[in-house]
Design a protein around this ligand. Structure first.
Ligand code: GAP
Length: 439
């Protein structure tokens, strides 16, 4: 993980928040390549759950919601973690369920641990100028509730009937007791969530299907299958709303950890919101008039955790011609930049020619133009940000309008007509791909 953190800083992917003031723990800012990488992760998610399906619609609900939402959803009462505080020297706080069972001493200083108390993870704030009880609102701890409260709106306009889903990407906030491992667990993060509404009798089948689909999404984008596992929750681990959940776990540097949860929420949320709002939250079959409260299957992924997993899984070091090379072997569709156009030397008309090729190429795919430093140094920089293709303009280009196309992973160099470049790379972007680390 230290290597990933260092690479993220060195190449401007991710920075500690408010660094000039000493930094804020567990809050991170995304720099240029980090923004591009994470938005590609989200774009691939949208492609797979929305664009390539007929049974999904999109939503973007607000972060602030009516406070009754959180009473109905059970979060005010039940969204807690067991907190134990060290009574010894360090006074550190721990999540009891992250300590070995029965541990009564502080892992840091050996001091005695106080009795566990339930700690609510929701961040509280106020609307309006007076911070009194009536103005309390919460920063949403999951995007899901925005979907449930809009169920009727969507049903009215989407022309869908169960089974169908509502997909949403957005920020969520949790006042986590322990934060750790870079962007793995932070106070503020982005979720990519689907609430998939199904006839009650089909819930188990859809739960199973979504587990397979979501595992496939990660492997299609290059995560090694032996670094992924599905782990069903034990009864004592289930969230207050869930009757069954399985986590997709990834083998992060700190061990197997949750990447995405796929829960069967039953009719818990719609029933609760119907009770608290007085509105009917059900599907009425227009043909038969039959009514049902659909059950919900919820694949809920973290955009930041997925970004971290893609970086960890693709990170590689190797020796090439006696020099160490660090390379992010990202799936080309995830790579922040798809191609770098580099003149071999900074003279003989090569920079101008390279610039013209770059300007043509960037209309079709995200590309970079770089003239700074030796060609080796420029390649190393592109390798570290995961650029799959290097396009070199050399003396031959000036004669026959061909360029060298360098493959990031095999290091193979081929010659191609400059005019064919964009079509060739667009084609390659959509070919099936598997991690060269598997070979
Ligand atoms: N609506 C269901 C739900 O929120 P969750 O398992 O608590 O379920 C879903 O969260 C996903 O959100 C997790 O699998 C993880 O990827 C991400 N996530 C949760 N808490 C996070 C945190 N503090 N920092 C970063 N990502 C987090």
């Amino acid at each position: 993980m230290d290597k990933i953190v260092a690479l993220c800083k060195r190449r401007g992917f991710i920075f500690q928040s408010s660094e000039i003031y000493g930094g804020m723990a567990s809050v991170y800012d995304y720099g240029h390549y980090g923004v591009l990488l994470k938005s590609n992760v989200k774009a691939e998610w949208w492609r797979s759950v929305l664009q390539e399906r007929d049974d999904m619609v999109a939503l973007d609900a607000a972060i602030l919601m009516h406070p009754r939402t959180w009473e109905a959803s059970g979060h005010l009462e039940g969204f807690t973690d067991p907190l134990v505080q060290c009574l010894g020297e360090c006074k550190k706080r721990w999540r009891e369920d992250h300590l070995p069972p029965g541990q009564r001493t502080c892992p840091e200083c050996g001091g005695e641990l106080a009795e566990a108390r339930q700690f609510n993870l929701m961040f509280e704030t106020h609307v309006g100028p007076v911070a009194d009880e009536g103005s309390v609102v919460y920063l949403r701890p999951e995007t899901a509730q925005g979907v449930f409260v809009n169920f009727k709106n969507v049903l009215q306009f989407a022309r869908k009937r169960p089974p169908f889903g509502i997909a949403q990407v957005g920020k969520a906030f949790r006042n986590e007791i322990t934060t750790q491992s870079f962007i793995f667990r932070t106070y503020e993060f982005e979720q990519m969530e689907i609430e998939f509404f199904v006839p009650p009798a089909e819930a188990d089948t859809w739960h199973q299907r979504w587990m397979e689909d979501r595992m496939g999404w990660y492997t299609d984008l290059g995560i090694r299958a032996d670094h992924l596992q599905l782990r069903p929750h034990g009864v004592d681990e289930l969230s207050h709303y869930s009757s069954a959940t399985s986590d997709i776990e990834y083998l992060f540097p700190m061990g197997w950890s949750e990447l995405e949860g796929i829960a069967n929420r039953g009719d818990f949320d719609l029933t609760q919101h119907a009770k608290y709002s007085g509105e009917k939250m059900e599907f009425v079959d227009p043909g038969t008039g039959d009514r049902c409260v659909p059950h919900v299957i919820e694949p809920s992924a973290g955009a930041d955790r997925a970004t971290l997993a893609f970086m960890v899984d693709s990170y590689d070091e190797e020796e090439v011609e006696g020099r160490e090379r660090v390379v992010l072997r990202l799936h080309p569709r995830l790579a922040p930049v798809k191609a770098a156009v580099l003149p071999l030397v900074n003279k003989d008309g090569q920079p101008e020619k390279a610039r013209a090729i770059y300007e043509e190429l960037r209309r079709r795919i995200p590309a970079e133009f770089d003239t700074g430093g030796s060609i080796g140094k420029r390649y190393r920089r592109q390798d570290e940000i995961g650029t799959p293709w290097g396009v070199t303009v050399d003396h031959q280009t000036m004669e026959d309008d061909t360029v060298t196309l360098r493959d990031r992973d095999s290091l193979e160099q081929t010659r191609i007509a400059a005019g064919d470049l964009a079509a060739e790379l667009e084609e390659r972007l959509h070919q099936p791909w598997s991690s060269p680390k598997l070979a």
